[in-house]
Design a binder for this molecule. Structure first.
Ligand code: SF4
Length: 377
């Protein structure tokens, strides 16, 4: 069983962010952990997740989970472990902002059982961080990494954002070099997208910012792929690079369509073709739980054809690809001809050029009905 916990609190909203967050000066850690545990116990009492299934991964995402009081985080993890055993070698990830990491906090996280930290670095350029409304300074990142390693949390991932507006003059190669100097185990690279309900969306709407041209997105995606694979990383998913053996276990479960339970506002869950998601706003989610009502906003059961398309989408995101038989041979040949895919050993995998066209290629494959539909219902 894989468990995702959404911690919605942030000190302020980053300029590009449209996640379900709650901006708070003071984080109500105790109340929030009580709400999460109430939600957890509601699910634990159902038969949707076999009671004996151990927790293979726990992922605290957000929001900013590193804003939670470390003592409350420890209480949360201890309560979950008291209800369900952890699998051997379980991966417990915490997303953290560099300015929240101190030696004492890192030690508390390690003592609570956190085995992996994903640091929201985004850039090492101070002007870019200011433009992004990030709360940390670039100079804080090396100290955060040192504190985590000294505390025994040695499985470290760094997040960076690429394809920024040209006017910022961001040096992507320099940022990749700075990241590699810190010898991370894993890197997640996300291309900037402009969402209308964000400060960036409003800047773009009134002409105060220009999104980057598509060529910049492609050039930086391919430059990172070249640089990081040459440095020994495996580009194992379109946005993720890991040293061999350090690929994210939790996220890989999503791409394999393994069952997972999401707790917290806006969290999604899935078991086979059945999926459901929580109320998005923190206040509504918490109020529902405290009133003894459901925190779930809606649910759906995917039709077999939708499962097929999702399998294609998830499989093609990864370097494991999909079974060759799940795609028409003529389409595979076309993709290979353009250099977008490779077929070998009975699998079809996208190349870097193919990943740049992932959505379009999946749409192309989805438009061709195929007999190999799986019925998971
Ligand atoms: S810290 Fe993360 S979740 Fe919070 S506003 Fe910034 S990008 Fe969004």
């Amino acid at each position: 069983m894989h468990l995702y916990l959404h911690v919605p609190f942030c000190a302020r909203r980053c300029s590009y962010c449209d996640f379900a967050i709650a901006v708070r000066r003071e984080v109500p850690s105790r109340r929030f952990v009580d709400q999460l545990l109430r939600e957890w116990r509601g699910w634990a009492a159902t038969d949707r997740f076999p009671p004996a299934a151990p927790l293979a991964t726990i992922y605290l995402g957000g929001g900013t989970p590193s804003l939670l009081d470390p003592a409350e985080l420890a209480r949360l993890l201890a309560a979950l472990r008291a209800d369900r055993p952890l699998a051997a070698g379980a991966e417990l990830t915490l997303e953290a902002n560099p300015d929240d990491v101190t030696p004492a906090v890192a030690a508390a996280w390690a003592a609570a059982g956190i085995t992996r930290v994903s640091l929201g670095v985004q850039s090492f350029d101070p002007a870019v961080l200011t433009w992004m409304h990030r709360t940390h300074a670039a100079a804080q990142v090396p100290g955060s990494v040192r504190a985590l390693r000294a505390a025994g949390i040695t499985n470290l991932s760094l997040d960076l954002i690429y394809a920024l507006p040209e006017a910022l003059g961001r040096d992507w190669a320099a940022d990749l070099d700075r990241a590699l100097e810190l010898a991370p185990d894993h890197l997640s690279l996300y291309g900037l997208t402009v969402e209308s309900q964000t400060p960036l969306g409003r800047w773009v709407a009134r002409g105060a910012a220009l999104p980057p041209p598509e060529e910049r997105y492609a050039a930086e995606f391919l430059a990172a792929r070249e640089r990081l694979t040459a440095a020994g990383f495996r580009h194992y998913e379109v946005s993720n690079y890991g040293r061999p053996g350090r690929e994210a276990v939790h996220n890989s479960a999503y791409w394999r369509r393994a069952p997972y339970l999401g707790l917290g506002p806006s969290a999604h869950s899935a078991v086979g073709a059945h999926r459901w998601w929580n109320r998005r706003e923190y206040a509504a989610w918490g109020a529902a739980l405290e009133a003894g009502a459901t925190s779930v906003e809606a649910e759906e059961r995917l039709e077999p054809e939708a499962v097929r398309v999702e399998d294609l989408y998830l499989g093609l995101r990864t370097d494991g690809g999909v079974e060759e038989g799940s795609l028409p041979g003529s389409l595979v040949q076309l993709w290979a001809h353009h250099g977008w895919a490779r077929a070998a050993g009975g699998r079809v995998c996208l190349t870097g050029e193919g990943w740049l066209r992932l959505d379009a290629l999946v749409a192309q494959a989805a438009a061709i009905p195929h007999p190999g539909v799986t019925d998971l219902s």
